[in-house]
Design a protein around this ligand. Structure first.
Ligand code: ZN
Length: 289
């Protein structure tokens, strides 16, 4: 009989990651379910999360396929969600924590919560936690991030009715408690994302002494990818209509295009960005490269 220690003797990053790789390859299931993982592993999933911050970070650090992390997958059991709630509560040393806080420290995604419990509130209740007081379930930042996501999804200012359904994860009460009306909430949001947007991007990079190289070796002050925040600002500037053909765009059909191409030295700033539909964007690409 082979004798194996059932715990690691050394908890360095490298030996934890090795164990993670070993078990992932052994189980060879995507996503990696925590219960199964814990049965095979010589280091518990919670130790790994404590070590690396999030389960996903650890998976990526180990160089494993991100599909193992299942952060947004819905295939997680009721029991797993409940166990995760208890684990995260201990980890944060808190009895009350918001959904975003929970998701950051957990292997669950919001779809898994919704599928099993209908809502985060219900999940808390079933796991024996007190429900969060109204209006404090979400921080201001979480409300803004949700709006950012919705604005990008619809390509325009989201309607009040749209915060009640997917992909929204923050309900109307949070907004009304904080800002009294939907209109005020939207104004606060726009104000929040407009605060010196370009200046901020450029100055943050300057502070970090960060520059970016493009394919032809040109130096940039901004990176090529457009942040969610900047995307929304472009959508506010242009409306959700293609600047070339005028088509109304939503979801994946929204393309944010560099007017002066990044490959030719154009920066990723509001003035150099425009809304295109996918067709026109592809056409434009053909001409320029
Ligand atoms: Zn177009």
């Amino acid at each position: 009989m082979k004798f194996e220690l059932n715990r690691l003797t050394d908890y360095s990053d490298e030996s934890i990651l090795n164990e993670l790789r070993r078990v992932a390859e052994f189980l060879n299931e995507k996503p990696l379910l925590i219960e199964k993982f814990n049965k095979e592993s010589r280091v518990s999933a919670s130790t790994i999360i404590r070590h690396f911050g999030t389960w996903q970070t650890a998976i990526l650090k180990a160089g494993l396929d991100s599909a193992y992390a299942a952060r947004t997958k819905s295939d997680i059991s009721k029991e797993e969600v409940t166990n995760e709630l208890k684990r995260v509560s201990k980890l944060l040393n808190k009895e009350i924590f918001s959904q975003d806080e929970f998701l950051q420290h957990s292997i669950c995604g919001h779809r898994g919560i919704r599928k099993n419990f209908g809502s985060y509130q219900n999940a808390l209740k079933e796991a024996g936690f007190k429900s969060l007081p109204l209006g404090t379930r979400f921080t201001e930042e979480e409300c803004f991030n949700n709006l950012l996501k919705l604005w990008n999804f619809y390509g325009r200012q989201p309607h009040y009715s749209e915060i009640k359904k997917e992909p929204s994860t923050v309900g109307p009460k949070a907004y009304i408690t904080k800002w009294k009306t939907w209109r005020n909430a939207l104004l606060a949001f726009i104000n929040h994302i407009q605060k010196n947007q370009d200046k901020q991007e450029l100055e943050i990079n300057k502070e970090k002494k960060q520059t970016f190289l493009n394919e032809t070796g040109q130096l940039h002050k901004t990176k090529r990818s457009v942040s969610d925040r900047l995307r929304v600002l472009v959508l506010i500037k242009d409306g959700n209509k293609c600047k070339i053909c005028g088509l109304t765009v939503t979801g994946e059909n929204i393309h944010i295009d560099h007017i002066k191409p990044w490959a030719k030295g154009g920066e990723t700033i509001l003035d150099n960005l425009q809304v295109l539909c996918s067709r026109c964007n592809l056409g434009k690409g053909d001409v320029e490269f």
